[in-house]
Design a protein around this ligand. Sequence first.
Ligand SMILES: [Fe+2]
Ligand SMILES: [Fe+2]
Length: 267
Amino acid sequence: MYSVGATHASQYGVVMTFGVCDVPPSADPSTLDLRELSRSVAPRIDAPAHLRDAAIATWHARMINEYASSRVFEALARQLDACQLEEEADEVSQFAVEERRHGVLCGAVVEALGGEARGGLFDAPPFPEHRDASPRAALLRNVISICCMSETVAVALIGAERLEMPEPNELRALLTRIWADEIGHARFGWRLLEKLSPSLTEAERDAVRAYLPIAFAHLEAHELAHLPARGAPPGGESLGLCSGLDARALLRETIDEVIAPRIQMLI
Ligand SMILES: [Fe+2]
Ligand SMILES: [Fe+2]
C-alpha cells in the first residue's frame, strides 16, 4: 500500500525511516489513517505522564494540518502548470509529497506517545482563483500567500521550537527533517517572486499589491487561531509544547521584520 524509502542510520544509533518516499493521498478524503506508516517511523520519546495528553493533542493537530497542506500544493502545482511553468509545477508537486510525509512524521510522534495517528480530515477550502487578475498576477498572489507568508512563518515557528528542545534527541531530529522541507517551500516562493516580478505589467503589479492586505489579514487570523494565548507548561519544550505567547510575538516579528519588508522590496 505504501512505499517506504531507504532507511538511514541516525546519529543516535537507531535506524529511522525518515525517508518515507511517498505517501499516497487518503482514499477517503474525509478520513486520515496514518497508523501503519507512522508506527514504522515512530521516534523514541521520553514523555512525563502529566504532559502526555497535551503533547498527543498538539502533534495530532499538526498531523492533520501538515497532511492537509498537501492539497494546497497540489492545487498550486496545477496553477503553475497552467502558467506554463512546468519545472516549478514539478517542484511544487514534490512539496505536496513532503507535506503528506510531515503528516506521517507528526503521526509518528502521536503513536510514540501512545495516541493514534488517525482522525477526520477537514474539507479543503476552495483554492483562490483570483479571476479579477491576470493568470500571472493570480499565481503570484497565491505564491505570496502560501510560500512567502505561511511557509516563512512555519520556518520561524518550527525553528524556534527546535532551538527550545533541550536535547539533541530523536524528536528534535524529526522536527529538523520537517523544518528543512519548510525552508525549501518558503525559498521557492521568494525565488519565484524574484524571478517573475521584474516582468509584471503595472496592472499586474497593482493587482498583486491590492491583494496584500487581504493575505496578511488571513495569515494573522489563521496563525493566531493555532497559537494559544498562554505560556508553555513547565518542561513542555522538550515535547514541542512551546509558549503560545512567545510564538505570537515571533509571528509578529516575522511578519513585520522579514515578510512585509521583503515583499515590499520585490513588488
Ligand atoms: Fe509541512
Ligand atoms: Fe510546508
